[in-house]
Design a protein around this ligand. Structure first.
Ligand code: PAF
Length: 285
């Protein structure tokens, strides 16, 4: 495994593989690798000859400096995991390598509507940071495939949109959420949870599932009452609810009875930790 920190070195290595007509897969991460990332890497290996993983805690996508400062940094552990998985290149640049003139003056990529609603409303600027870093990584690496988890569902749609609209010749491949046995979605942020919060956290997915069951039983009627009851249950359990609602899973427009492909998106706080989760469901015709 090559560990590369400089853009020049990365570029040379990429050109070397391209000359050999190798196909490339990129798994972008912010480190603190878990089961979810490993599943993406295993899938990437099936698709391409060369697997590149990036680790970059991207300051541009943090709307809150405290959140950025406390983001778990586990570089050595991550390197061991990646070596074990026998990936080809780890690209782990410094902030100054990616944003040599700082973030404020940097050119950015923005998907107009999708980046401003739901999570984008709660975390202004977050998706601009995501699309800008992903765009930069795509330009530097020019992968044939790139892999994303479906836990950050809105992120996935935002990335797919800019890739399509800016004509990147890259196939975006996603994988369903990987969960612990108790239902809690794997996330780097789970590290912040204390013992009591870890016990409570799986309740979020439980409520998402039971809410979907009720919506299906009512065939989409009384949706707002159902959502409100779910929110009250979460609050009673000690969650602070930021987002918990039903959206069109293709457009992320708010629920309408005529739409059949839906998703519950949830963002909640448990203590000082923001947890997100989601589940898709179909209403019968
Ligand atoms: O999902 C993440 O870890 C990040 O948002 C990503 C896609 C690596 C961009 O920094």
């Amino acid at each position: 495994m090559y560990i590369i920190k400089k853009i020049d070195t990365l570029y040379k290595k990429i050109q070397f593989f391209k000359k050999q007509q190798k196909t490339l897969a990129l798994v972008p991460t912010m480190g603190n690798l878990h089961e979810g990332h490993i599943k993406l890497i295993l899938l990437a290996k099936k698709y391409a000859d060369i697997v590149i993983v990036s680790i970059f805690i991207n300051p541009m996508q943090f709307d809150n400096t405290l959140d950025l400062k406390k983001y778990p940094q586990t570089f050595l552990e991550d390197c061991l995991i990646l070596k074990n998985e026998k990936i080809d290149i780890l690209f782990a640049p410094k902030i100054s390598e990616i944003y040599p003139n700082g973030i404020k003056m940097h050119t950015y990529i923005q998907v107009p509507k999708l980046s401003k609603i739901i999570e984008g409303k709660s975390r202004p600027g977050h998706f601009i940071g995501v699309t800008t870093i992903i765009g930069k990584l795509f330009n530097l690496i020019q992968p044939n495939f790139s892999f994303f988890g479906e836990k950050d569902y809105q992120q996935l749609l935002v990335v797919k949109t800019f890739v399509k609209e800016l004509n990147y010749p890259i196939k975006i491949i996603s994988l369903p959420i990987i969960r612990l046995k108790n239902g809690l979605a794997f996330s780097s942020r789970n590290r912040y949870l204390n013992a009591l919060e870890l016990k409570k956290a799986p309740f979020l997915y439980k409520i998402i599932r039971s809410t979907i069951n009720i919506i299906l039983k009512n065939n989409g009627r009384k949706l707002y009452e159902t959502i409100n009851l779910a929110k009250i249950s979460l609050i009673k359990k000690g969650f602070l609810v930021d987002i918990f609602n039903v959206y069109n899973s293709k457009t992320l427009d708010v629920f309408s009875k005529t739409n059949k492909q839906n998703i519950i998106l949830a963002s909640v706080w448990l203590g000082t930790t923001r947890l997100i989760d989601n589940k898709k469901f179909k209403l019968p015709n």
